[in-house]
Design a protein around this ligand. Structure first.
Ligand SMILES: [Zn+2]
Length: 547
C-alpha cells in the first residue's frame, strides 16, 4: 500500500436494512485517524429476539482506536441512522456533527442518557467543510423521506469519497430542493474515487415516484370522505405530513395530530425552519368536539405499534375520540417486514368498527424514500464513480446492486458488516474478513450481547412454561417434601399431585442410597415425567431447603 490509503469498515447496515454505522479511517504514513458515520438502531424480531427494545452494532474497530477518533457524522434523522447515538455517545466521547434539524433529534437522544448536548456541532451544508487531521467532510443536501438528508463528501489524500446515506432522486420534493448536480459536480471536483451507496431499493426495477405525486390522491380521498378521516404515516416524514395537512386545510377540515413522536418531530421541524407554512393544528384533546365531517387526524402508529395512537384508536378511544362506522382510516405508509401481524390487528379492529380502511400497496398514498434502479443508473451516469461499495441493505440487496453495476461496467466491491478493507490511491483493495460483527441488545436498562440475554431460554419459557420445584428435607423426621409451582402451563393442578407423588417416591428411593444431591438426575427424571404426562418441556428450576 502507498503512503495514503483509506480504511473502510461497515459496523452495521451492510447485511440488513437498519443499524447503519460505518467507520472510515484515513491512513497517512501508517497512522490512521477515524470517523464514524451514523449510529443507527434496528428493531427486534419477535420470534428470535423476544422482549428486546432495540438493537445496535458494536463499533469494535472504533473502540479499539478511540484516541484516533475525530468525530461522528450523522447523515439524517431516521432512527436507523441515529437511534443509537445516545448509547454510542455515552461510551465514546467525541464531537457529533450534523445539520440543524438532525441536531435537535440527536440532542433529544443524548438528553435521555444524560450526555451533554455541547458535543453536538451544528454544521451548514456544502461548501462548509469540517476540517479533520487527514480529511475534510461536508454535508451535501439530497432528497429522502426526512428533511435535511445529506450526502457526505469526504476528501482526503486518498481521494474523494461520496457517502450517500439514504436518498431518493426526487425532482419534485415537498420540503427540500432536488439534487443540484451542477453544485454536486463542483463539490466533488471530478470523478469520485469511491462511492458508498444506499442499496435499499436496488432490487426494484420500477421507476420511482416523486413524493409530490401523492398530493392529488390524498386531497381526493380527504375531500370525498363524509365522516372523520385519519391518516397514519411515519412521524419523521414531514413532507408527507405537510401534504396531508395541506389537503385537510384545503377541504376545510380542522387538523389534529395524535401521538408524541409526531408532535415532537413537527415542532422541531417548525422551530428549525425546515418546515414552513404548515397549517394550524387544533389541540388534540379537543378533536372529539369537532363535527365528524370537519375533522382530519394524523396519527402515529403506521407499523401497528401497540401503544401508538392508531392502535389505541382501533381498540377504543384516543383523547376522548372514538372513530366509527362511516369514518375513513388511511395507511400512508409501507408495512416494514416483520410488522404485518401488528398492522393487520389494527386493520381488523378498525374494520370491525365499520371504519373504511385503506391500506393497499398500490402506492396511491405512499411512495418510498429510496432510489430505485432506473434513477440510480441516471445518478451513476452523472457521478461516474471509479469504485462503488454498496451499503444499507440485506445481502441480497448488496449483491443485486453489485450485479447491476457490473452490467454497466462500473467497478463494485461488496464489504460486509465487520469486514475491514484498505483501499490505496490506485484503488487496490485489501480485505480483512477476520472480524465478526457484533450486535448489542438494549433490554430495559441493560445493554448486552445476545448470548447474555439468553434468547433461547426466553423463547422456551414463552412456549413451554416454567416449573419451580422446592425440595424440603426435615432432618429430625428424616423425611422430605416436594412442592411444585408452575408458570404458563395450562391446568397444571390436574396433574401436580401426581408429579409431587412421583417426585417424592423417586427422591425417597435415592435418598436411601445417600444420593440426595444428585439433582441432575432428579431433573432428568422430572423432565421425563412432566413430558409423559402433559407433553411439554418447560424450563425447570430446582431449589433445596433443609429444616
Ligand atoms: Zn433514512
Amino acid at each position: 500500500m502507498k503512503n495514503y490509503s483509506l480504511v473502510y469498515s461497515p459496523v452495521g447496515g451492510a447485511g440488513e436494512i437498519g443499524m447503519n454505522m460505518y467507520a472510515y479511517g484515513f491512513k497517512a504514513q501508517n497512522k490512521v485517524s477515524y470517523i464514524l458515520v451514523d449510529a443507527g438502531v434496528s428493531f427486534p424480531k419477535v420470534d428470535t429476539e423476544p422482549g428486546v427494545d432495540l438493537i445496535f452494532p458494536n463499533p469494535k474497530l472504533i473502540l479499539d482506536n478511540l484516541s484516533d477518533l475525530e468525530g461522528i457524522f450523522i447523515t439524517h434523522a431516521h432512527e436507523d441512522h441515529l437511534g443509537a447515538i445516545g448509547f454510542i455517545a455515552s461510551k465514546i466521547d467525541c464531537k457529533i456533527y450534523c445539520r440543524k434539524f438532525t441536531a435537535e433529534i440527536v440532542k433529544d437522544k443524548l438528553n435521555k442518557v444524560n450526555v451533554s448536548n455541547k458535543r453536538v456541532v451544528t454544521v451548514k451544508e456544502w461548501p462548509f467543510e469540517v476540517k479533520l487531521k487527514n480529511a475534510s467532510v461536508s454535508f451535501f443536501p439530497t432528497t429522502h423521506s426526512v428533511p435535511e438528508a445529506s450526502f457526505l463528501i469526504i476528501k482526503s489524500k486518498f481521494g474523494v469519497i461520496l457517502h450517500t446515506g439514504d436518498f431518493k432522486i426526487d425532482n419534485n420534493p415537498i420540503l427540500d430542493n432536488p439534487i443540484d448536480y451542477k453544485k454536486l459536480g463542483n463539490a466533488l471536483g471530478g470523478r469520485p474515487s469511491l462511492c458508498v451507496v444506499d442499496s435499499t431499493n436496488m432490487l426494484n426495477e420500477n421507476k420511482g415516484k416523486s413524493e409530490s405525486l401523492l398530493k392529488e390522491s390524498i386531497y381526493k380521498i380527504i375531500n370525498q370522505s363524509k365522516g372523520r378521516i385519519v391518516f397514519t404515516s411515519f412521524a419523521s416524514n414531514l413532507g408527507r405530513l405537510k401534504i396531508i395537512a395541506d389537503a385537510g386545510e384545503k377541504s376545510g377540515r380542522s387538523i389534529a395530530v395524535f401521538g408524541r413522536a409526531m408532535n415532537n418531530m413537527l415542532s422541531k421541524a417548525i422551530e428549525t425552519g425546515v418546515l414552513t407554512h404548515f397549517p394550524n393544528l387544533i389541540d388534540p384533546r379537543k378533536a372529539h368536539l369537532i363535527p365528524r365531517e370537519n375533522l382530519l387526524v394524523i396519527a402515529t402508529g403506521s407499523q401497528g405499534e401497540i401503544r401508538a395512537a392508531s392502535a389505541q384508536l382501533s381498540r377504543g378511544k384516543y383523547m376522548g375520540l372514538e372513530i366509527q362506522d362511516g369514518d375513513t382510516f388511511v395507511f400512508s405508509s409501507k408495512t416494514i417486514p416483520g410488522n404485518e401481524i401488528a398492522v393487520n390487528r389494527v386493520i381488523n379492529n378498525l374494520s370491525e368498527k365499520g371504519v373504511a380502511v385503506i391500506y393497499s400497496d398500490d402506492r396511491e398514498f405512499h411512495v418510498s424514500g429510496h432510489t430505485n434502479i432506473p434513477e440510480m443508473m441516471e445518478f451513476y451516469k452523472k457521478i461516474k464513480p471509479m469504485l462503488v461499495v454498496p451499503m444499507h441493505g440485506e445481502i441480497r440487496h448488496l449483491i443485486g446492486h453489485k450485479k447491476i453495476l457490473e452490467e454497466k461496467k462500473i467497478r463494485a466491491e461488496i464489504v460486509r458488516n465487520g469486514e475491514i478493507v484498505e483501499i490505496d490511491k490506485d484503488l487496490n483493495v485489501r480485505k480483512d474478513s477476520s472480524n465478526k460483527p457484533e450486535k448489542l441488545f438494549v433490554d430495559g436498562k441493560i445493554i448486552a450481547k445476545s448470548d447474555n440475554i439468553a434468547f433461547r431460554e426466553r423463547t422456551r419459557m414463552s412456549s413451554e412454561g416454567l416449573v419451580v420445584i422446592l425440595i424440603t428435607y426435615r432432618k429430625v423426621k428424616k423425611s422430605l417434601n416436594v412442592k411444585f409451582t408452575s408458570f404458563g402451563l395450562p391446568r397444571f393442578e390436574d396433574y401436580s399431585d401426581e408429579l409431587k407423588s412421583n417426585a417424592e417416591i423417586y427422591l425417597n428411593k435415592t435418598a436411601k442410597k445417600k444420593d440426595r444431591n444428585k439433582l441432575d438426575e432428579f431433573e432428568r427424571f422430572i423432565k421425563e415425567d412432566i413430558y409423559s404426562i402433559c407433553g411439554k418441556k418447560p424450563i425447570i428450576k430446582i431449589a433445596e431447603m433443609e429444616l
